[in-house]
Design a protein around this ligand. Structure first.
Ligand SMILES: *Cc1c(COP(=O)(O)O)cnc(C)c1O
Length: 379
């Protein structure tokens, strides 16, 4: 039945075809930082911040040490802390809620829309109390949440908006890029993100000059002049080697997005018959969005067995995320029982991410398509 090459391996993510064509360019950028002996701050960081702000269409970009620190420093700069509540989706990477807890505030978990996996905006309103200070929409898997509806709620209730755009650099809503709708937009350059560094790195963007200044201060222990501290911040700096590598990679980002979108389109076309027979759901693309497919995530009832089947055929997949955050051990004191956020819990049982990285070959893609059909026995 199978006519694909059993020996062809298809990892979930292969950085080799992404880095190989630009290796010399990357090497030069890294070596030039090494030879400058300037590793913290300096022209490489400033250049990356300028180019990344321009790419995103934001007035200011502040490079930071990770996506998690981008969230933490944003919340700190907005004055959120002890006793405050921040609404977050339950179905996301841990960091979205962990950052809220780290600054002393309380994450309040919200359910998701089943189609896009993003914050269900109608449920947000029901969770608002006198203590609610902010909401963190996550643009999960590379597709924007409904930022019109979120802007409406934030105006009505006076809430701050911190966008978790860690998976969505370059994604658009109504022609505007992710991260430019909220008070701040937070990005991660973890190597598996669409713009990956060669270590840990992140960024905050904002259009508010005072907020940008405060984030810069907090990034350096709240010191505007060395050893004079007006606030308590942290060491949230982006280092020069990461900035140099990111500047190189930023110039290729749009072409990588095109390849991700093409891979996603090929999967969705090939899986349409399976969706018709209700055997699998392809990712929903909501209107007015440009999806950048950091992950291509299907839903299937027999998810664990499909994952095992694909694994045995040399196809890498992943479950983002197996346990919704309201059911994590560390958040049990927040009082969310099993069954309280049904869409998040259902998604956790059904989702499976397939390889969608730029550089995935036609043969690799065809093998994934054939193997999924084989498992569902409809080829
Ligand atoms: C990756 C990610 C983060 C955290 O980024 P790090 O750079 O790993 O700290 C936060 N939120 C989401 C949704 C992410 O995917």
């Amino acid at each position: 039945m199978t006519d694909f090459d059993d020996n062809l391996r298809v990892p979930l993510l292969d950085l080799e075809p992404i880095h190989q064509p630009i290796r010399e360019h990357l090497r030069q950028a890294v070596v030039s930082v090494l030879e400058s002996n300037r590793f913290i701050g300096g022209p490489e960081v400033e250049r990356f911040e300028r180019e990344a702000a321009a790419y995103c269409g934001a007035s200011f970009a502040v490079g930071v040490s990770s996506g998690t620190d981008a969230l933490i420093v944003s919340l700190m700069a907005l004055g959120i802390g002890n006793g405050d509540e921040v609404i977050v989706p339950s179905f996301t990477f841990f960091s979205t809620a962990g950052s809220v807890r780290r600054i002393g505030a309380q994450p309040v978990f919200c359910d998701i829309e089943p189609g896009t996996f993003n914050l269900d905006v109608r449920s947000v309103e029901r969770l608002i109390t006198k203590r609610t200070k902010a909401v963190i929409p996550v643009h999960l898997f590379g597709q924007c949440a409904d930022m019109n509806a979120i802007a409406g709620i934030s105006e009505k209730y006076g809430l701050k908006v911190v966008e978790d755009a860690a998976q969505a650099i370059g994604a658009e809503f109504n022609g505007r890029k992710a991260g430019t709708f909220g008070d701040t937009g937070c990005f991660s350059f973890f190597p598996s993100k669409n713009l990956g560094s060669i270590g840990d790195a992140g960024m905050v963007i904002t259009n508010d000059p005072e907020l940008a200044d405060r984030i810069r201060l907090l990034r350096e222990h709240g010191a505007s002049r060395r050893y004079y501290h007006s606030m308590v911040g942290g060491n949230f700096r982006l280092d020069a080697i990461q900035a140099a590598a990111l500047t190189v990679k930023l110039s290729y980002l749009e072409q990588w997005h095109l390849q991700r979108v093409a891979n996603a389109g090929a999967y969705s076309a090939a899986f349409a018959d399976l969706q018709e027979r209700d055997l699998l759901s392809i990712p929903v693309q909501a209107p007015q969005r440009k999806h950048v497919f950091n992950q291509y995530v299907i839903r299937v009832r027999d998810r664990d067995r499909l994952q095992e089947y694909l694994g045995n055929k040399g196809i890498g997949t992943a479950v983002y995320y197996p346990i919704p955050l309201h059911l994590q051990e560390c958040f049990q004191n927040l009082g969310c029982a099993e069954g309280s956020l049904p869409e998040s819990e259902k998604a956790a049982h059904e989702v499976l991410a397939l390889p969608v990285f730029p550089g995935l070959t036609d043969a690799q893609r065809s093998k994934v398509i054939a193997a999924v059909h084989d498992f569902l026995q409809v080829r």
